[in-house]
Design a protein around this ligand. Structure first.
Ligand code: MLT
Ligand code: ZN
Length: 517
């Protein structure tokens, strides 16, 4: 059934009667709080209530879920966040924290009439310390701006991803965002050194620190990292930095089957070892909606027609390999040796009989072009039709099985015409993190696809040692499948923690945890 974004929101939950409706007295209170200038920047907060102004905050990036917030609150300081949340807890007003609104699991938008608390105006310039190798940033700082401030000081911010131009630091911490350098630099859990959070009761927890080691009791900051705004609102964080690599090298390969992708990854481990910073995989089908001039390898080869075959494997795979190191000459030599070895070991699976030589980037512009191809994939896919997105993880040797399995179910069992629905896979191979996307190009297959994909995809993950959420979180989209990746005892404890920290359940309701019955 094809639903509107409002209907889809209602499909996931029913508005809870325990929440009050925000009325004039509440809005007057919020205005009085936001009108108090921040003691540091002297900036006042803002409140938006006009429909046209609140519209972008009401809908998710994929335009699949739409709420109807009575007001978007834009504080400029932690004190205002604290006053707002304390009041909302007392008055039983539901609130959704929101950063750049780039999430993909319906976790940062209102479902009904929750208030939106946007961290957008908490965006003082990040403070970079070369001495402590850390950066301190407010929640509303855009990821790319933070990266640039760090790069200016010769330091590398550990996280990067396609949505860096809109995603905000607070959101990346709250969702434990992953991205393309995860395998090299680790998660936000590994890199957040200190945190300031406002709890659902309005208390300010100052856990700011740049210490690497600190075993003084429970490390509570980890409760907030990845809890997707259900326990508190991240207002500031201190994040670990790395030396900006002196040399960055990139290469792209085209391979004819998944076995050779796995073999190439092991070769990369052998040859590039500590330098390897990204190993991104895109199947040929995921590139079919990218502009033709961006795709370096031709798509018209006879092998491209996977749909004609019966094994549902990909037409081909593109692999983007990046190294970060300390010496240009040394790193280039290493990469060249790796390419040579791949040519010898993988032979025709790599070069397609000489037709698809690996590309070793020769300039910053070429590197940018190769990354543009990878980062553009989700954007071009999403604009080609109605999209179903799955962010799942598997042991790396099973990385691609979910894509082949889904093709079989969609094309064979449900007899959907492959010309009208794309089933593609791309992702962060080193993390075993595959992004399975199904695109209904004609927007006419909702019934078959809903039946084919739910709950089949997640059940397949559970049955094959995978996780239903690799890096995008749970939000509302995967809430009812959490039991496939967490035991009943674990879920019960999560619910107990939520009840204890947020007695009225006002913070980001209907998300992450199965609904109380
Ligand atoms: C990516 O790796 O491109 C992002 O996680 C977004 C997506 O999954 O589409
Ligand atoms: Zn990703």
């Amino acid at each position: 059934m094809s639903l509107t974004p409002v209907e889809r929101a209602a499909h996931y939950a029913t508005r809870s009667s325990r929440f009050a409706k925000a009325g004039p007295k509440h809005l007057a209170y919020f205005k009085s709080v936001l009108d108090q200038p921040c003691s540091v920047t002297q900036r006042k907060g803002k409140m938006l209530t006009e429909k046209a102004a609140t519209a972008p905050y009401n809908i998710d990036w994929m335009s699949q879920i739409q709420g109807d917030t009575p007001a978007v609150l834009l504080p400029t300081c932690t004190k205002q966040v604290s006053a707002i949340l304390r009041y909302c807890q007392e008055e039983k007003l539901a609130v959704v924290p929101q950063g750049g609104n780039t999430g993909l699991v319906y976790g940062a938008e209102p479902v009904f009439d929750e208030l939106v608390l946007s961290t957008q105006l908490m965006s003082a310039p990040p403070v970079v310390s070369k001495d402590t190798m850390s950066v301190e940033a407010e929640a509303g700082v855009i990821l790319q701006q933070c990266q640039e401030a760090c790069a200016k000081a010769g330091m590398l911010f550990p996280l990067t991803m396609g949505s860096k131009g809109s995603a905000m630091i607070g959101g990346t911490v709250s969702t434990n965002a992953g991205g393309i350098h995860f395998a090299r630099y680790g998660s936000m859990h590994a890199n957040v050194l200190g945190l300031e959070v406002v709890t659902a009761k309005g208390d300010v927890l100052n856990m700011m620190s740049t210490l690497r080691k600190d075993n003084a009791g429970y490390d509570l900051k980890h409760l907030f990292i990845g809890s997707e705004g259900t326990l508190g609102v991240v207002t500031r964080s201190a994040i670990r930095l790395y030396q900006q690599p002196r040399s960055k090298q990139t290469a792209m390969f085209r391979l004819s089957n998944f076995e050779s992708v796995l073999a190439l990854y092991h070769l990369a481990q052998e040859h590039l070892a500590e330098c390897l910073s990204a190993f991104e995989v895109m199947d040929g089908e995921s590139l079919t909606t990218s502009p033709a001039n961006q795709v370096p390898y031709k798509r018209t080869d006879k092998n491209d027609a996977f749909r004609a075959g019966s094994d549902f494997t990909a037409a081909y795979f593109c692999v983007l390999v990046e190294t970060n190191g300390s010496s240009e000459t040394h790193d280039f030599e290493k990469l060249s040796e790796f390419v040579e070895s791949a040519q010898t070991r993988l032979g025709d699976q790599l070069s397609g009989g000489g037709a698809y030589e690996p590309i070793l980037s020769q300039s910053a512009a070429q590197t940018a072009q190769l990354w543009e191809l990878r980062e553009g994939v989700p954007v071009h896919l999403a604009s080609s039709g109605r999209i179903y997105k799955y962010d799942v993880s598997f042991p790396i040797d099973k990385f691609y099985c979910i894509v082949e399995h889904t093709r079989e179910i969609v094309y064979k069992k449900h007899k959907v015409n492959p010309a009208e629905v794309l089933v593609v896979g791309y992702g962060h191979f080193g993390d075993g993190n595959v992004h399975l996307n199904v695109i209904d190009l004609t927007r006419s297959h909702a019934a078959e696809l809903d039946a084919a994909l739910y709950p089949g995809v997640y059940e397949f993950c559970a049955a094959h040692g995978g996780s239903i959420s690799a890096e995008h979180g749970v939000g509302m989209q995967k809430r009812d499948y959490v039991h496939l990746s967490r035991t009943p005892e674990t879920i019960r404890l999560m619910q107990d923690v939520k009840r204890m920290m947020d007695p009225n359940g006002i913070l980001n309701p209907y998300k992450v945890l199965p609904l109380d019955t």
